[in-house]
Design a protein around this ligand. Structure first.
Ligand code: BGC
Ligand code: BGC
Length: 446
């Protein structure tokens, strides 16, 4: 069986982070408030009332963090750009000090021999845009295209590939449908115009980035969906969930159409949000690479609660991470083969833009993280051996960071962060990943 050492020559090794989760410095150098600044101070929404106000203080400590990346031997670093640093109100005048931070970051990465892979939107919408409807407002897509353009015009001479959005599924469902994430709205299926407007934003930005000779990716959170039993009712529920979680955010981009949303009780035009020509705007720019964020499969049963067309059930008899997520490495291989079955030649090369796990160090050492990464990379190598074109792997995450609704409780880092002192301590998984990258490179050089 092929394993991680058999990944192809030229395979890109990376690590990923996101702005609000690591930067801190939320009021510095003219940054405007984002939906996460306003959401996290609402009582009771974040575990222990944590916020990203300081996070890993990466805004000031980025040179130290880049030294850690260099120590790993990374080819690439995926980070996100905070829109409210670049445009504090999400529109109009650019804040030079905000853009200058990313300019310094990009230069320092290149100096360290690491290719920057920025994501333009990892959930931190400028609050001023949220006040006008956020992603429920079509205009936000046009504002995003403008922000993407000014940012690419500043950094595009040194940054070849851009990710437009991170996980529009999670942002729509957690942020707009269920209210677990910012902006904390609880619209259930009526949140779906936010999905369409994010996809439109992607398409508009993708075409402007392409005009500038830049490559474009979209990072989707994808999950292999399995029915709980062979019953037709469970199969129907699983298909509905697959349409919502996977296909809704991928079919329009790769195929130029929405999946059948009838099973979700959603009208074809997504409550009037889809206008003539929109799907062409989303599809026709094309995608140079699909970013895949994989954490776990999802098991689905027929609904018990009539409000939803499916029930999410646990996958027993497998290990679970500290977050309670089932560990199923082969799900990554199955997911990749399933993408080929669904999209065929419309599937561009894939880059795993996130994969990792949180470990509770009060009860266990770092070994579960090493086991998790090793098994997922082996599964990835098996998918590659079965013919899937995978260009790289960015582990989540370089550093422990602000894990959204969980505050600082879930530790996903190769590097431990002591949030009281900001001291970074590389874990056993850091040394393991460094050694794997070196061994893979030397094997490819032979
Ligand atoms: C315009 C944008 C505007 C958007 C609002 C577009 O047709 O070009 O400037 O923000 O409509 O819906
Ligand atoms: C997100 C990250 C998050 C990670 C772990 C992904 O959904 O893109 O921001 O920290 O999963 O929950």
């Amino acid at each position: 069986m092929p394993d991680r050492y058999d990944l192809p020559a030229g395979f890109r090794w990376g690590a990923a982070t996101a702005a609000y989760q690591i930067e801190g410095a939320v009021e510095e150098d003219g940054r405007g408030p984002s939906v996460w600044d306003t959401f996290t101070v609402r009582p009771g929404v974040i575990r222990d009332g944590h916020t990203g106000a300081v996070a890993c203080d990466h805004y000031h400590r980025y040179p130290e963090d880049i030294a850690l990346m260099k120590g790993l031997g990374l080819d690439g670093y995926r980070f996100s750009i905070a829109w409210p640093r670049v445009q504090p109100t999400g529109a109009g005048a650019v804040n030079p000090a905000g853009l200058a931070f990313y300019d310094r970051l990009v230069d320092a990465l290149l100096e360290a021999g690491i290719t920057p892979l920025p994501t333009l939107f990892h959930w931190d919408l400028p609050q001023a845009l949220e006040d006008r409807g956020g992603w429920l407002d079509r205009d936000t897509a046009y504002r995003f295209a403008e922000y993407a353009t000014v940012t690419a015009d500043r950094l595009g001479d040194r940054v070849p590939t851009w990710i437009t959005l991170n996980e529009p599924f999670v942002h729509t469902v957690f942020g707009y449908a269920m209210g677990i994430h910012a902006p904390g709205r609880t619209l259930m299926f009526e949140a779906l115009p936010a999905a369409h407007h994010q996809l439109l934003a992607h398409g508009l930005a993708a075409s402007l980035l392409h005009e500038r000779g830049l490559e474009v990716m979209l990072s989707n959170n994808l999950t292999p969906v399995e029915p709980a039993t062979p019953s037709p009712a469970d199969a129907t529920a699983a298909a509905a969930y697959d349409a919502l979680h996977n296909r809704l955010f991928t079919d329009p981009v790769l195929l130029g159409r929405y999946p059948d949303l009838a099973a979700l009780g959603v009208p074809d035009d997504i409550f009037g949000a889809v206008r003539p020509g929109d799907l062409d705007l989303i599809h026709s720019p094309g995608l140079d690479g699909l970013g895949l964020n994989y954490y776990n499969p999802t098991r689905i049963a027929a609904p018990t609660d009539p409000g939803l067309p499916f029930d999410l059930v646990d996958i027993p008899d497998v290990p679970h991470t500290a977050f309670g997520w089932p560990v199923v490495p082969d799900g990554l291989r199955r997911l990749l083969l399933g993408l080929r079955d669904t999209y065929g030649t419309a599937l561009p090369p894939v880059t795993v833009t996130e994969n990792g796990c949180s470990v509770d160090e009060t009860t266990t050492p770092d070994q579960p993280r090493i086991d998790f990464l090793a098994a997922h990379l082996d599964a990835l190598a098996q998918a590659v051996a079965e013919g899937i074109d995978v260009h790289g792997y960015y582990t989540w995450s370089l550093l422990d960071n602000f894990e959204w609704a969980e505050g600082y409780h879930q530790r996903f880092g190769l590097v431990h962060v002591d949030f009281a002192t900001q001291k970074r301590n590389p874990r056993a998984s850091y040394a393991w990943y460094r050694d794997l990258i070196a061994a893979h490179r030397s094997r490819c050089a032979k």
